[in-house]
Structures are given as C-alpha cells and as structure tokens.
Design a protein around this ligand. Sequence first.
Ligand code: DAK
Length: 259
Amino acid sequence: MVYETIIVKIEEGIATLTLNRPEVLNALNDQVFNELAEAASKLAADPSVRVVIITGGEKVFAAGADIAQMANASAVDVTISDNPSHRAFQLIETMPKPVIAAIAGYALGGGCELTLVADIRIAAENALIGLPEIKLGILPGAGGTQRLPRLIGQGRAKELIFSGDFIKADEALRIGLVNKVVPTEQLAEEAQKMAKRFVARGAVALRLAKSAVNEGLRMDLEAGLQYEHQCFNLLFATEDQKEGMRAFLEKRPAKFQGR
Ligand code: DAK
C-alpha cells in the first residue's frame, strides 16, 4: 500500500511512522486512521522491526481528529461507522513491541489519544497537550476518558477533560503524562536513543513484558500476578533467557536472538 498521509521509514530495527498532513496540523481523518492501521499491522508482523516511533516531526504531533470530517456527521453516521480510529489505536496498543510517541507542538484530542496508545511518550519543549473536545460540545471519544485516568489518575484527567485546557511539556512531565521532556531540535534523536536501548533487549522478553503490563492492568491484582507468572515461566523456554543469564555469569554483554 502506498501511504499518502503518513511516512514509514525503517532503519536498524526501528520503524518511524510520521504523520504527514502539515496543512491541517496533522488532523486525523479516516484515511490517516486506515493508513495507521495498515502500517501498524505490517510493522507488528515484521520481525526485523523491533521498536516503533510515532511522531509528527518537530512542529506538530496532531491537532486532533479532522473536525471538517466530523462536523456534519449524524448520530447514525457515527454509530454505524466502522470506526477506523478504534482499529488503528487497538493495533498500535497491542503491537508486540515497544511503541514510543515523540511529541512536538500540539497533541490535541485524537492526537493526544494517539499518544496514549503508545507505551512511552517523549515530549519536546514546545509540546502542548490537551483534550479540547469539550469546547466542541463532545467528549474525548477515542479512549481519552478511559486511558488518561488510568495513566495520570482521575482527578487530573477530569481537570483536563472538563476544561479542555492545553498543558505545556513541563506540566505534562510533572503529572506523569509524558516520560521525559527534551529540547525540540533533539526530539527525533532522543526518541532514537531510547529506541536503540530497547532494540538491544530480547524481543520475546520485551513482548511478554509489555503484554504482562497491558493485560495485567485489565485484571485484578491476583489475576495479574498469575498472568505475570505465566509470562515469566514461558521465558525459560527461550534461548534468550539462557544467553542472558550465561552472559551475565561470563561477564560479557548478552547477544539476544529473539527466540
Ligand atoms: N481538524 C481539521 N482541521 C484542523 C484541525 C482539526 N482538528 N486543527 C487545525 N486544523 C486546520 C485549520 O482549520 C487550519 O486550516 P486552514 O484554515 O488553513 O485551511 C490549519 O489547520 C491551521 O490551523 P489554525 O489556523 O487554526 O492554526 P492556529 O495556530 O491558529 O491554531 C490550534 C492551532 C491547534 C490551536 C487550532 O488549529 C485548533 O484549535 N485546532 C482544533 C483542535 C481541536 O479541537 N482538536 C480536537 C478535535 S476533536 C472518535 C475518534 C476520534 C475522536 C473522537 C471520537 N471515534 C471514532 C468515536 C477525536 C476527536 C477530536 O480530536
């Protein structure tokens, strides 16, 4: 598939997926969601890809879902839509490898919600993040009311959702919405640097560690602990576990094969 609204680049095990509708601040329409879904399912299945970075470049991440596309929709249109955003977000969230959102400029509405399906968020100093849906007479409908409170707690999430206010990168860091803040011109480099740290780890252990966290968050603690234990046990069937522990004992870096 030839993408028109995103750019996908794969280098040294790291796939960078760049949103590319600069004329509308990377507003997310159905085409973007469909292309994101298509790319995510390909990257998930490609063993040469070990980490995925989602970004909009140094100016803007995404100013939300495309308001022009939504403005005249009826309740029936919205209800019977095959919901491409849900499919794209689900494929990204369940990607069996780490996903990093590298955020510069606006990450609003659906743009902010897109960052919430990534595992890790890095913000540039110029980032402005928010859920302004309330100002449009709607609510965050692409996971914002569910994922944001799980990430930063319901009090802070409700303040953002009820006010529609944008917060700057340092405030996003303070409330745990992003993992780190970096100078804007270093955003791509910092995301690459973090991705490289993950590329060096065992792919199966990473996959199961991500699954243990994500699935565990949907369960009560006892069930989560049991699921963690099953993931842990399974890793003893991998060559990577043998190599990792042997390398430690032999005082050398491990060379993981991802099996
Ligand atoms: N949609 C469409 N076009 C947009 C846009 C958007 N979200 N954001 C910006 N643009 C367009 C502008 O219309 C303008 O186009 P032209 O007038 O040049 O043709 C161009 O991008 C540049 O924008 P501005 O001229 O407005 O630039 P400023 O620097 O003055 O302002 C801004 C930047 C980000 C503060 C402003 O553009 C703005 O407020 N944008 C809208 C932000 C917003 O409200 N975002 C939330 C959208 S609602 C769901 C799926 C998804 C969603 C919900 C449910 N389901 C499937 C259930 C998500 C909903 C949303 O995200």
